[in-house]
Structure formats: C-alpha cells, structure tokens
Design a protein around this ligand. Structure first.
Ligand SMILES: Cc1cc2nc3c(=O)[nH]c(=O)nc-3n(C[C@H](O)[C@H](O)[C@H](O)COP(=O)(O)OP(=O)(O)OC[C@H]3O[C@@H](n4cnc5c(N)ncnc54)[C@H](O)[C@@H]3O)c2cc1C
Length: 461
C-alpha cells in the first residue's frame, strides 16, 4: 500500500490544496476522475460567465432605443462565441496539470474508500493520516432519460449544432443565466418553472422584481410542469401542464434541465467507512471541516452548504492553514455572498427578509431605488433597488440585496463593512465618489440609520 501525508479526492478547487501541500514538501496524492479544475473552470462559473459578455453586447444594441438611438444587429456569430468558450475550456486541464509540483502524484481515476483511511484508485491502494474529500456535485439528471435532453454539463463544451430554439426547465441561477445568454444572442428561448417566481431562494421583493424584468426579455412560463417529452427529427415536443391542469405542447430544438445538483458521494465507498451523510446525501462535517472520521475532511460543494466557488476556495485556504500550518481555530466564513450574472444582475449577502422574520430578530428594512446616483440614472432603468435589513440595537447589517447593473461589484462595499465591524453607519459616513453607482448604497445607508433612530424614538414614546 502506498503511503502519503495527504490524499485529496477530487481535483476541483481542492487541487490548489494538493499543490500547496506538494510545495510544502508533503507527500501528496491527488485523485481526479475527469478534468482537473473541476466544475468551475470546465463546466460552471467561468464558461457560463464568458457567455455573459456576448449577451450584454447584444442587449446593448437591442436596447439602444432607451437612449434614443436606433440601432440594429446585422449578424450574431454564435458559432464563434461557442468556439471561443470551448477553446478556453480545452486548455483548463493542462493548465492545472502544469501546476502540479514535483513529488505530488496525480492519479487519473475514481477514488473509492475501502476503509476509513484507505482509498483505492485504478486498483491501487493508498493511505494517509489526512484525507480530503472534495468530489463536488453533478447536475440532477433530466427526468426523461429516453430523450437527449441536456443538463448544464452538455453546454460546456457545447458540441454539435447550435440550436435555433431552446426550452430551459428550472428557475434557479443556472437556468436564468443560461436562458439570458441564449435569448440575447437570438436563440428562441423559453424558461419553464414550477413556482410563482424566478430565483425563489432570493429575498421575496428582489425575486419578484427579477421575475418581472427578466420576463420582458425571455418568455417565462410560471406555475408550469413538464409532463411529457418526445424527440423526433431533431425536435423536442414538450407537454407543459399549467396550474389549471391544461396541457400545452411546445416545440424546440434543444431542451435543458437545470433542476438542481446532486452530491458526488454515492460512488465513494463511504459504506466502508464511518463517514456520515446528511439527509440530502452531502457529507456531514464540523467547524473544522472534519467528517465523523477523524483525519478525514470534506471541502467545497460536497459539504452542501453553499455550492459556490468562492466558498470552496475559502475552505481550501482554511484547510491549507489548518493542515499545513496547524491553525487551531474553527472556520470563520462570516456572511457568504452570492450573485446571479443575468439581466437583471442580482447580488446578495446575509439573510432575506423572510429569514429575518422567521428568526424573530428585531430589524428595520430599507428598500431604496438607485435614483440618488446620476450614474445609475444614466442607465435609464427604473427597477434597480437596494434592500437593507439592519438590527436596530447593534446597527448590524443582517442582509443586503441588490438588483441592478453591476450589483455583483457594488455588493463588495457592503461585504467589507460586514467583514470589519459590521456597522451600517459606515455606509452613511464613508465618502462616496459623486455620482458613481455606489452612491445608491450611500442613500440606503442614510435611510437605514434614520430608520434605526425612528425605531428607538418609537420605543421611547
Ligand atoms: C453552470 C454553473 C455555473 C456556476 N456559476 C457559479 C458562479 O458564478 N459563482 C460561483 O461561486 N459558483 C458557481 N458555480 C458553482 C461552482 O462551480 C462550484 O461551487 C465549485 O466548482 C465547487 O468546487 P468543488 O471543488 O467543491 O467541486 P468541483 O469543482 O465539482 O470538483 C469536484 C471534482 O471531483 C471529481 N470527482 C468526483 N468524484 C470523484 C471520485 N470519486 N474520484 C475522483 N474524482 C472525483 C470531479 O470530477 C470534479 O473534478 C456554478 C456551477 C455551475 C454548474
């Protein structure tokens, strides 16, 4: 049996941990069954965001009328857009392999536990006092296995002909981002969701604004279920059941299901170990990312809390400190932000209003438009909003939700405040560049501080 200091199963974000351990002259084994780099650069964040630039450029031309400019698009070369994105993906695995330090062994195969500290790969057995499981997630498969429907894994890289029409099922961030791209570049797109709004995990006010705005570009069917699918002569025939029970037929060349993610824990041989899973099949871990077997850790999506690249990367950073430098503290993530890179763009951190209400915590709510910023006004959009939830006793920001251009950039100002001493008064007191977009946050900060004052005045009366 081959002995290592560290075994890493899954070469997504955790490949960076293996590289760091190798550089620190630890004997390290990295096991990857597919492409190094994992979901984010191969079939997730990066390729999906590379497409956004194309979508934005097309929309700017189409929407020039808002600025009293008439313009029209002559031709959109989708083949070139996809080829560029596919080309980028092609280089990922090699770029990662090139970073493998000497002394680190890469195993190209599926890692499987045969005992708590013994992993088998390609028929070989490896052991280490420390093992990190970082096997991520995969798309929930399409519920109609007899037809060639896609999941997001089939888009990156997209092989074969580019469809002229697509039906996308699922109103989470992947469904919305992909639908936004296809519609913007001229593919006839329809988004089908069971619920009453898109991005249902967002704060209710934000997801309602998002649904209204998004539906101005993309055809969206709310309260709709896919009940039948047929595939003939390169066309899908899709039975869509509406809330009232009536079934309509819709046709498109492509059909994509973006209906959630499943943890890659079912083929890991965990039944041969004491590693416990939660109800949803993700690995249970404590505040040190350690599983129920001492010395075995779980990192990234396979832990099931966030399913975000920056969360997984932060956990790599934490385990590097803990395993290589002996950091004794539990992980402190602070508030975990996220964004939806669509049109409109959404970014958020902390609790939604629904979650604050449920917690019973005292709070004030500010919902502010962005008209206080001339730069925001110059976009000639009237929907952008900031929603702030603040604890009036401590001035702590409990949640911040933004919808509007550059929301994912704007939120970083709030993240800095929350990471430092989390006091909403900083948003009011810091000097903002006039009239930059973040002045919209200044206005929300001023209003929040006023609301807190009013809250206390009311209490004193
Ligand atoms: C379309 C899409 C868009 C996204 N956009 C964003 C975004 O904008 N921002 C964001 O923060 N996040 C985004 N994400 C999520 C992000 O990609 C993930 O959170 C991140 O990649 C998780 O990293 P990970 O290392 O935990 O898992 P992964 O990157 O999935 O890596 C796990 C690796 O383990 C390998 N593996 C699995 N089982 C085994 C085994 N038994 N043996 C050996 N190897 C194994 C897999 O092949 C894979 O390479 C997106 C995801 C998708 C699908």
């Amino acid at each position: 049996m081959k002995e290592y200091d560290l075994i890493v199963i899954g070469g997504g974000r955790a490949s960076n941990l293996a590289f760091a351990a190798g550089k620190a002259e630890k004997r390290v084994a990295l096991i990857e069954k597919d492409r190094l780099g994992g979901t984010c650069p191969n079939r997730g964040c990066v390729p999906s965001k590379l497409l956004i630039g194309y979508a934005e450029a097309a929309r700017r031309v189409r929407e020039a009328g808002r600025h009293f400019i008439s313009a029209k698009i002559d031709r959109i070369d989708i083949e070139r857009m996809i080829a560029e994105t596919n080309g980028w993906i092609e280089g990922v695995d090699g770029r990662y392999e090139g970073r493998l330090p000497e002394g680190a062994d890469l195993y190209r195969g599926t890692g499987r536990f045969v005992a708590d500290h013994v992993v088998e790969v390609n028929g070989e057995r490896l052991t280490a006092p420390r093992i990190v499981i970082a096997t991520g997630t995969r798309p929930r498969p399409a519920p109609f296995p007899e037809v060639p429907a896609w999941t997001s894994d089939d888009l990156f890289p997209l092989k074969g002909n580019i469809p002229r029409s697509i039906t996308i099922v699922g109103g989470g961030f992947i469904g919305c981002e992909v639908a936004n791209f296809f519609e913007a570049v001229g593919v006839q797109t329809r988004l089908v969701v069971r619920g009453d709004r898109l991005l249902p995990a967002e704060d209710g006010d934000i997801s309602r604004i998002f649904t209204e705005q998004f539906s101005k570009n993309v055809a969206v069917d709310l309260h709709t279920k896919v009940v039948a699918v047929d595939h003939n002569d390169g066309q899908f025939t899709i039975g869509l059941e509406k809330a009232a029970g009536e079934v309509q037929t819709h046709r498109s060349e492509a059909l994509l299901f973006a209906i959630g993610r499943l943890p890659n824990t079912d083929q890991l041989g965990l039944e041969n170990t004491g590693i416990e899973l939660n109800r949803r099949g993700f690995i249970k871990r404590d505040g040190f990312l350690e599983t129920s077997v001492p010395g075995v850790y779980a990192l990234g999506d396979v832990g099931g809390e966030f399913l975000l690249q920056h969360a997984a990367s932060y956990e790599v950073h934490y385990l590097r400190q803990r395993l290589l430098k002996g950091d004794p503290e539990p992980i402190d993530r602070g508030a975990m932000p996220h964004a939806v890179f669509s049109d409109p763009e959404v970014a958020a951190v902390g609790l939604t209003e629904e979650q604050v209400m449920e917690s019973g915590r005292p709070h004030v709510v500010v919902m502010e438009d962005w008209r206080s910023s001339a730069r925001a006004m110059s976009t000639r959009l009237d929907y952008p909003r900031t929603k702030l939830l603040v604890d009036p006793e401590s001035h702590e920001i409990l949640g911040c939700h933004l919808i509007g251009p550059e929301a994912s950039t704007m939120i970083h100002q709030v993240l800095a405040v929350m990471r430092l001493d989390n006091d909403v008064r900083h948003l009011k007191e810091m000097i903002h560049i006039h009239p930059a977009l973040p002045e919209a946050l200044l206005a929300a900060g001023v209003k929040a501080v006023k609301q807190v004052r009013r809250h206390h005045q009311k209490k004193e009366m």
